[in-house]
Design a protein around this ligand. Structure first.
Ligand code: MLT
Length: 252
């Protein structure tokens, strides 16, 4: 069994704050909405998701792959001109996506994945699959939760996910009598943030209300996408953990 000294859990509160990622399993998160959308699209039958760093890159990939692909993404939360879909998890129902490749370009989430190229493995997390992710990573020696943020600014919903994921990982280690991992300062900050939100939730304030007033949520409320926030605030709706293949750059 690995020893505590070799285990280290970290959080990058923004992609730009990440420490070198070699030897590390990264869990990339953009609760509102990219990673929630990716998890939903794959659950509903997408063959794979190809995350794109830009609108132009997405258009090129769509031309290359052709009609068996769907091009989706957003700018300022809204569908991009000429794209078939936006970035709502509710759009990617089986009728829209089953058996198709999803080429996805979002402002923050798919760009954050670019910052993970040096990692060992990259998993896709969100509130909707948090326990499945915790189960997949709790005994891995080096884990970093990469928060996408919104427009290069830290956003509460991603930090909530990081704190909840770490809490679950810590609980699973205790259950299996694995020694405690070392937690970085950012990991402690994420856990503290999640606990303060969780206390308010226990006192009656719904989690979705926190997300509506977080940086990513404010924009979605402004454009009438509250339903997406409701979707993304569901804890453990899915039991799947998508993974980004670092060679093919496809999420399955
Ligand atoms: C992003 O990747 O920037 C977000 O998912 C934005 C959005 O809510 O569509």
């Amino acid at each position: 069994m690995p020893t505590a000294a070799s285990h280290r859990f970290d959080v990058a509160l923004l992609p730009s704050a990440a420490q070198p990622l070699d030897g590390t399993t990264v869990v990339v998160v953009d609760v509102l909405r990219a990673t929630s959308t990716i998890i939903a699209a794959l659950f509903n039958g997408a063959t794979d998701v190809l995350p794109q760093p830009s609108i132009e890159a997405a258009r090129t990939a769509h031309q290359r792959i052709g009609e068996n692909s769907v091009i989706g993404g957003e700018r300022q939360g809204k569908i991009v001109d000429g794209f078939q879909h936006g970035n709502s998890p509710l759009e990617y129902v089986p009728e829209a996506i089953k058996g198709k490749h999803l080429i996805l370009a979002t402002t923050n989430g798919t760009v954050a994945m670019e910052a993970c190229r040096a990692a060992d493995r990259v998993l896709i997390g969100a509130m909707v699959n948090v326990d499945a992710v915790a189960e997949a990573v709790f005994d891995i020696p080096r884990v970093c939760v990469m928060c996408s943020g919104t427009d290069r600014i830290i956003t509460s919903e991603d930090v909530c996910f990081a704190g909840l994921l770490l809490e679950r990982m810590i609980a699973k280690r205790k259950q299996k009598q694995i020694p405690d991992a070392f937690l970085t300062d950012a990991a402690h900050i994420a856990i503290d943030h999640w606990r303060s939100v969780q206390n308010a939730v226990a006192a009656g304030k719904p989690l979705v209300d926190f997300f509506k007033t977080a940086r990513g949520g404010i924009n979605l409320v402004r454009i009438g996408r509250e339903a997406d926030i409701e979707f993304a605030a569901q804890i453990d709706r899915f039991n799947t953990v998508p993974e980004l293949d670092l060679n093919s750059w496809k999420i399955t």
